[in-house]
Design a binder for this molecule. Structure first.
Ligand SMILES: [Fe+2]
Length: 491
């Protein structure tokens, strides 16, 4: 377990690589994320600084909005996805990047007045009317996440079909319903439960009823629809939680107004924050999904969970990166993705303890500092993990712009270390690769969009020695558009 002394952060304001000198208040990382990908290419050698660890063999896949040509005033989330990959072999590190293609994205590409809507972009009248009857209204930009499942690889957007891609060429193969299992679409955050040798995934299905489908993708055998939860309306349900025995939906009160959608035609502009309704928590036993328990708790906004597990006493504990409300977070995203500065975003790591018997959800703040994109070692996901890895900030400069530090957070003690990537650059979601049975014996991989070099590198950190500099940096020869999520697939 961790060798970090208690209250490490209080004594050490910001973790620095040895020999690096960081000013007391480093400049916040600002970046206009709407610059499209410059060049696609197949796998080719990447320049490496340092030595890629011999035990690290496999491919990191990352996805993010990368081509902005379909709307006049796009939102970051509207850009067509591109998957980039870094492959580690005995011969060195190789990188590739490819723009993704779906019928809806290709059909709208380059058009003035696109037909399909996206997160921010408004849809045509034809699509609005079609949406009323359950027709496809969103352009599948496939730009959020990547899942490797049964030797197949998929890119995800939300409420649209998974896009299968070739794991070697990264070229788009086509949208798939996984053998008729996915009626309408999947969302972007699969969660694997190692004890069940299965991955779970949600999907919002809008039609005469609004259903949140829950899917099971076993390591072997066919995918299946586990259950569907009827919702009173269309809502933003980006992420969810999986424990060994339960799936947990934490549904903030962010509803899409059907009337606004019809009149206005935009998804984001039709979202309504209704804090008086509180956040709904639905606990679904995986083996008996109809025996679900529905609880209500205080309103909060979040995009991403960190981890969840069952305590020995039967209560469920989950951690997420929470915000006070949706509007302030939406305004923050608008500003920072256009290269602006804010006064902060109010995010923090929050813990919920769910007592199904007492029908109570209690909250506490675990780490009162701005951050995003938290996860634990995949070997410990859905279990009582102690160490979380997040994208964050230097102390004293939190949430004003884009993320510029990797954060190692001890979820029990609340102690944190902030890893300086060694340059001024945007730090992506850290991806954790286990290398032994010990939770903190991991490699931590993160893209850094280096503003000094004008190029993106993948940094490899030793998770057991986060105070040390990266063991290796492998460089793309261009600045990749910032990514949202990804996965590492072992060789
Ligand atoms: Fe996400």
């Amino acid at each position: 377990m961790s060798q970090i002394a208690p209250n490490a952060e209080a004594r050490r304001p910001a973790t620095r690589a040895p020999g690096r000198h960081e000013p007391a208040a480093p400049a916040p990382v600002t970046l206009d994320v709407f610059r499209s990908l410059e060049r696609e290419h197949d796998f080719r050698p990447l320049r490496a600084e340092g030595a890629v660890p011999p035990g690290l063999r496999g491919t990191l896949y990352r996805n993010g909005p990368s081509v902005f040509d379909a709307g006049v005033d796009p939102h970051w989330f509207d850009g067509t996805g591109a998957v980039s990959a870094v492959r580690f072999t005995d011969g060195g590190a190789e990188g590739a990047v490819r723009v993704l293609h779906t019928p809806s994205a290709d059909g709208d590409a380059g058009r003035r007045g696109a037909s399909f809507g996206a997160y921010g972009q408004k849809m045509s009248w034809r699509r609005r009317l079609a949406a009323l009857f359950g027709g496809q209204s969103l352009r599948n930009v496939a730009n959020i996440n990547v899942l490797a499942w049964q030797k197949r690889t998929f890119a995800f957007y939300e409420s649209t079909l998974p896009l299968e891609i070739d794991p070697v060429t990264l070229r788009s193969i086509g949208e798939t319903d996984l053998g008729g299992v996915v009626a309408k679409g999947m969302n972007a955050h699969p969660h694997r439960v190692p004890a069940r040798r299965a991955t779970y995934q949600t999907g919002l299905r809008v039609g005469p009823k609004v259903l949140l489908d829950l899917f099971e993708l076993p390591d072997e055998g066919a995918a299946r629809l586990l259950t569907s939860v009827e919702l009173p309306g269309v809502m933003e349900a980006h992420d969810f939680f999986a424990t060994r025995d339960h799936l947990v939906l934490v549904l903030p009160p962010l509803w899409c107004s059907s009337l606004a959608m019809l009149v206005d035609g935009g998804f984001a502009s039709s979202l309504r924050w209704r804090p008086e309704e509180g956040t709904r928590v639905i606990v679904i036993p995986i083996d008996e999904p109809e025996r679900r328990v529905v609880l209500d708790t205080d309103a909060l906004w979040y995009w991403h969970g960190v981890n969840a597990f069952e305590r020995p006493d039967g209560r469920i504990e989950l951690d997420l990166v929470g915000y006070q409300d949706f509007a302030s977070n939406a305004a923050w995203i608008e500003t920072v993705t256009r290269g602006g500065l804010t006064t902060g975003n109010g995010s923090s790591v929050r813990r919920a303890v769910i007592d199904k018997e007492a029908r109570r959800v209690s909250w506490e703040e675990r780490w009162p500092h701005a951050c995003e994109f938290g996860s634990v070692s995949p070997a410990f996901a859905s279990q009582a993990a102690r160490v979380a890895w997040l994208a964050g900030y230097p102390q004293g400069d939190e949430g004003r712009a884009l993320w510029s530090r990797i954060v190692r957070l001890d979820l029990q003690s609340g102690d944190a270390q902030r890893i300086d990537p060694g340059t001024r650059g945007l730090v992506s979601e850290p991806v954790v690769v286990p290398r032994s049975e010990r939770e903190d014996d991991v490699w931590v991989l993160a893209y850094v969009h280096d503003q000094n070099a004008g190029a993106t590198f993948l940094g490899i950190w030793d998770g057991a020695r986060p105070e040390h500099d990266a063991v290796a940096r492998v460089w793309f020869d261009q600045q990749l558009p910032p990514t949202l999520h990804g996965t590492f697939v072992r060789a």
